[in-house]
Design a protein around this ligand. Structure first.
Ligand code: NAD
Length: 494
């Protein structure tokens, strides 16, 4: 599949706007088609919330953001698209019509996906020319934070389409779950629906309020579901004897009438009760406020899981690695000019980096210099495979000189001079500049140590990496020693 640079989104409600946000954060341009005159405003609010959440989620560079444009005309929206994602209301006739129109107006090889929560792909693709490139890509709200996307083909969908869709979703930080068979509701919504039916019964029968039901999930099962799901958790509930014992112990309760398969009738009374109880739970907070609370909690969970390199945390970790590589694409090539300090890292002072003085806060200087050392690592050939083998450079010492303040939105760049090296150590000097006028803002001298993370000790860098480091060090040895190099805190210069 060629590179996906433009995605057309049909429908820009909760899900379409969430897709738009995830895509632009990945540097992909988006064209939104939605008849709602308010869609543009709503999508912009979701984009802002998403950017806010991502800046908390990751320090990985997100400098190049995609653009969002609107098109009132469906055919115009899709004609130049590299991929189409439909997120219109959940109505078979409407979706079928939109998908057929889109597939007539776009290139014949473009993957067309639907966000449907449960409609069968075979029905959705029925009126499309080239139905083999249609697939369901069912995401979860908020699309910009939750990695899961169920990928499900219909009778006419090709295997290649499923793989292309899955590869694309993976490339934007998601976890595609490719289903072998189509079924109404797919997997996740079937499970959610079962829980939802029981919850409605509990409210309808006056047994629990909406808030009590939410507590019953959030304080217990919901926490463990966020990383292990149902089966692995129940295996543990079986104690040392594991799953077989669990099945034997709790199997009989399945025969008791604990839960019901039929949903209760959605009477006006039940709807009123649920809406009123839900209003009490919301405590006057707006949807956007609650979304920010939800996002902050999700960010905290994802970051915690990242430390364990497990479940959604493993997806985030692998994705961040990709972001760093994308942010620092340069790897040393023959003919590179090593006769001056390297310019490997660029950044922008994003609003979140600014403190109460209106200037970039102190910790962000260290972040920018850390990113510059990462860029140098990448330049000398350290990539995802190298990290996966447990090898990396750690920063063991840093001395920062703050020379000038810098305001929000300023583009920055860093130059890096190698002051020395041996098989394990890499001594570097970074200088941070305001790109607009080349004003020097700060310098950082750092000692990096090559480590084997698994063994927990320093070790020599791989020979090809070391050769590149030495080439730079030899070339940079001819450069003048930078002003402030070797300086210690409080030391007066003579
Ligand atoms: N909300 C969720 O949690 C969720 C999760 C996963 C999947 N989905 C699925 O995503 C799809 C969209 O759901 P949603 O929650 O975003 O709904 P929504 O009501 O928030 O958004 C639907 C959008 O489609 C627009 N629309 C209406 N007619 C249209 C047309 N002819 N052409 C283009 N756009 C049109 C509406 O103006 C609206 O902005 C549904 O298929 C739903 O099942 C929803």
């Amino acid at each position: 599949m060629g590179e996906i640079r433009n995605v057309a989104l049909i429908g820009a409600g909760v899900i379409g706007a969430g897709w738009a946000a995830r895509l632009v954060l990945n540097g992909i341009d988006v064209t939104l088609h939605d008849p709602d005159p308010e869609a543009e405003r709503k999508a912009e609010e979701v984009r802002k919330n998403a950017l806010r959440a991502w800046r908390k989620l990751t320090l990985a560079p997100l400098d190049h953001l995609g653009r969002i444009t609107f098109s009132r005309d469906l055919e115009a929206a899709v004609e130049n698209a590299d991929l189409i994602q439909e997120s219109a209301p959940e109505r078979l006739d409407l979706k079928r019509d939109l998908l057929a129109r889109a597939s007539r107006a776009c290139r014949p090889d473009v993957v067309i996906a639907s966000s449907t929560s449960g409609l069968l792909p075979s029905r959705l693709q029925a009126e499309m020319p080239h139905p083999e490139r249609f697939v369901v890509g069912h995401p979860f709200n908020p699309v910009y934070l939750l990695p899961l996307v169920e990928v499900c083909g219909g009778q006419q969908t090709s295997e290649e389409t499923k793989q292309r869709a899955a590869d694309f979703y993976r490339s934007i930080g998601m976890h595609p779950l490719v289903l072998g068979k189509e079924i109404d509701g797919f997997v996740a919504d079937r499970l959610l629906e079962a829980l939802w039916r029981e919850a409605l019964h509990l409210v309808n029968d006056g047994i629990a309020t909406t808030d009590q039901i939410d507590q019953a999930i959030a304080y217990g099962p919901g926490l463990r579901w966020s990383f292990m799901g149902t089966f692995l958790i129940y295996r543990l509930a079986g104690g040392e004897a594991g799953m077989r014992h669990f099945m034997a112990q709790f199997g009989p309760t399945l025969k008791l009438p604990w839960s019901r398969l039929e949903a209760p009738e959605l009477t006006d009374g039940l709807i009123e009760t649920i809406v009123a109880q839900s209003d009490v739970q919301a405590k006057g907070r707006s949807i956007r406020e609650l979304e920010r609370l939800r996002d902050d909690c999700l960010v905290a969970v994802l970051q915690a899981l990242r430390t364990q390199d497990y479940a959604a945390g493993a997806v985030l970790k692998a994705y961040e690695e990709k972001l760093y590589n994308r942010g620092h694409p340069l790897v040393m090539a023959e003919g590179d000019d090593l006769g001056r300090p390297l310019r490997l890292h660029e950044a922008r002072v994003v609003p979140e980096w600014v403190d109460y003085n209106g200037h970039m806060s102190e910790s962000r200087y260290l972040q920018v210099f850390g990113d510059s050392s990462d860029a140098l690592s990448r330049y000398v050939g350290i990539d995802a495979d190298y990290h996966a083998a447990g090898m990396t450079y750690y920063t063991v010492e840093t001395h920062i000189m703050h020379l000038r303040e810098v305001a929000a939105e300023e583009p920055l760049h860093v130059t890096t001079q190698v002051l020395g090296c041996d098989a394990k150590r890499l001594h570097v000097f970074h200088a941070l500049y305001r790109t607009r006028d080349e004003a020097r803002l700060a310098t950082a001298e750092q000692m990096l140590l090559h480590v084997d993370r698994r063994a927990g000790r320093a070790c020599p860098a791989r020979p090809d990496v070391l050769a590149r480091v030495r080439r730079i060090a030899e070339a940079h040895a001819a450069l003048p020693k930078p002003e402030h190099a070797g300086r210690r805190v409080g030391e007066r210069r003579s």
